[in-house]
Structures are given as structure tokens and as C-alpha cells.
Design a protein around this ligand. Structure first.
Ligand code: SF4
Length: 329
């Protein structure tokens, strides 16, 4: 029987303000607002009650480039955006959740501050090549993203990254991007998993290789399968999001080498793909079980990295208490 892992989480969209303007984005808003710590606490408590263990903090990149956002931060009493994010992490920890922060590109000093407060962190490479859809997105410069992933390696932060498919890249670009990630990992050994994610459009217009959005998946299942297979040759853990595929398709991808379903939330939607609700865990267990696949819960930091004690020092107690319950690591 094949096994796939998953993490029970809640998605905290701290802010939708973002300095980038990716043409396919379903998430960005220009309203300069951010979640208050009261809202973070309320969601964290709800998530913990539902037995979630991970707080997925995902938000727009460097929203503080905008004076309006900086003003809003100052009014709320924060001297910087990083200070606010650290406070949000502390609030989640206080409520019993392990933060996994996806902050976009970060400096080494910023990662250093976030490291003790996180089980692991993440940044999608997307593709290691320049693409038209990222023309107005300085944070999507492949060199800048690669540097951020390397910085995490130097700081020994367990890291999640991945490829976004269907944004205008070629098949060669996909393999090249996987090679780049494999090379980084051979230097630092910190990449805990690679996500293989197809673009789901937002029905704005057109689709496919010109990277405008569509209302459906931008790549065929066969293309995803090929990337999953190649990714698994290079990495121990390969994730496919279960809300972007049917059960039959998931079974195909799992047989091709995918062995993780990522975060699944009983309390929040996938804010990146709002049209694709999470299937329930009981549905997945039952339907994947029929296909000969067993599901096993993991923490946002994988067992190998737990054994190496690479998680943030301030979440050590949480990790230990969850391990007593799950019996993993
Ligand atoms: S970086 Fe993310 S949030 Fe920002 S525009 Fe691009 S896809 Fe949207």
C-alpha cells in the first residue's frame, strides 16, 4: 500500500498587499490592510480546536514598499512589517500552532529573525527562468528567489519550495528548474519537499503558455505527472495539492511518485485557489483508500528534520508534544 502524508493546517492570509504583479494572481489586493493580531488569535484558536497543528502564514511580498501600508503598520504600533509578522508567529505559537511562513524573498537578517518562530519556511521557485508573466514582479526574478532558497540552506531552515506549471515555461524550463533546486539541495540539504502545482486560472482571460489566466488547470495531467516523476528522482518528498485534482488524477500522480498532499485545512479555504475547496480528510481517506493509498498526518516540519532538530527553538515544546500524539519522527 502506498502512503501519502499531509499536514492539518489553517491558512492565515496576513495581507494581500504585494509589491509584485504576477499576471495570473488570484490573491493580490491593493487595499493596504492586514490581519489584526486579534483576528490571528481568533483563527488560531479555531484551528487548534479543529486539531490543526500548522499555521500557514502566506501573504503578499514586501507590502511595506507602499507608504500607505507603512502608515497602517505605524498606526497599529509596528515599527516594521517583519516585527508584525514575528508577532503573528508568536500569537500562533501561543495558541498551539507551529508556524510555516511563506514571506516571499527575504534577506538573511530577516530569515534569522523568523527562524526561531517557525517549524519550516517556504518559497515557491515557480520557474528558474525569466517569464513574461513576471515582468512586473521584481520578487520573481529567478536569481533573487534562488538566493533566498540558498539563504535558508545556510541558516539550516527546513524549506518547502516548488514549481508552478503553466505560466509560460517550456518543458526544458521545468527540468532546468528541478535541476537548480536539486543542486541547491545537494549543497545545503534543507529542502524538505518540492511542490508540483499547476496554475489554476481566475477566468480573467485566455490561458496556457501566454500565461494569462484561465478558469481551469493550465496544464494537462500528463505534464504534471512527468514533472512529479522527475522531481521524485531528485527529492524525498514531492507534494501535489489535493484540491487541484480529482481522486483518479491524484491516484495517477501518487503512483508516479507524489507522496505528500501538503496542508489540508478543515477551517480555512485555499486563498490562492479560492475556486477549489479542500476535500475533507474523511473523503480523501476513503477515496484514496479505494485506490490503495494510505494517508498519514505529518507536522509542517518533516520527520527527518525533526530528528535533526532543525525546527525553530521557540516551537520545540509544540513539536515534542505533537510527536507524543502522532508517534512520528
Ligand atoms: S507574488 Fe504572489 S501575491 Fe504577489 S502578485 Fe505574485 S502571485 Fe500574487
Amino acid at each position: 500500500m502506498l502512503t501519502v502524508t499531509f499536514s492539518k493546517n489553517a491558512f492565515f492570509p496576513l495581507t494581500r498587499t504585494c509589491r509584485n504583479e504576477c499576471t495570473y494572481c488570484n490573491f493580490r489586493k491593493g487595499d493596504f490592510s492586514f490581519m489584526s493580531l486579534k483576528e490571528v488569535r481568533s483563527l488560531a484558536n479555531r484551528a487548534r480546536t479543529a486539531d490543526c497543528k500548522e499555521a500557514l502564514l502566506t501573504f503578499g511580498e514586501r507590502p511595506d514598499v507602499y507608504p500607505e501600508f507603512r502608515r497602517a503598520l505605524r498606526t497599529a504600533g509596528y515599527s516594521s512589517f517583519l516585527e508584525y509578522v514575528c508577532e503573528a508567529c508568536r500569537t500562533c505559537i501561543d495558541c498551539g500552532l507551529i508556524p510555516h511562513t511563506n514571506a516571499g524573498v527575504l534577506l538573511k537578517s530577516e530569515m534569522k529573525k523568523l527562524k526561531p518562530l517557525n517549524g519550516s519556511m517556504g518559497l515557491m521557485l515557480e520557474q528558474a527562468v525569466e517569464l513574461e508573466c513576471h515582468r512586473k514582479s521584481p520578487g520573481k526574478d529567478p536569481e533573487v528567489r534562488i538566493k533566498t532558497i540558498e539563504r535558508a540552506g545556510k541558516l539550516e531552515i527546513p524549506f518547502t519550495t516548488g514549481l508552478l506549471l503553466g505560466i509560460g515555461e517550456s518543458e526544458y524550463d521545468r527540468m532546468y528548474s528541478l535541476e537548480i533546486l536539486a543542486e541547491i539541495n545537494s549543497n545545503y540539504g534543507h529542502i524538505q519537499e518540492v511542490i508540483v502545482q499547476p496554475l489554476i486560472g481566475n477566468s480573467k482571460s485566455g490561458g496556457g503558455r501566454d500565461c494569462r489566466s484561465t478558469a481551469k488547470r493550465a496544464v494537462e495531467l500528463g505534464e504534471v505527472k512527468k514533472v512529479v516523476k522527475e522531481a521524485r528522482k531528485r527529492f524525498e518528498h514531492v507534494q501535489v495539492p489535493p484540491n487541484l485534482f480529482s481522486i483518479d488524477e491524484l491516484a495517477v500522480l501518487i503512483k508516479a511518485g507524489a507522496n505528500d498532499l501538503g496542508g489540508i485545512s478543515p477551517v480555512t479555504p485555499d486563498h490562492i485557489n479560492p475556486m477549489n475547496p479542500w476535500p475533507s480528510l474523511s473523503f480523501l481517506r476513503k477515496e484514496l483508500g479505494k485506490a490503495g493509498v494510505r494517508m498519514r498526518e505529518r507536522l509542517p516540519v518533516y520527520d527527518e528534520f525533526v530528528r535533526r532538530k532543525m525546527y525553530g527553538s521557540l516551537i520545540a515544546k509544540l513539536v515534542e508534544s505533537f510527536l507524543e500524539v502522532t508517534g512520528n519522527a
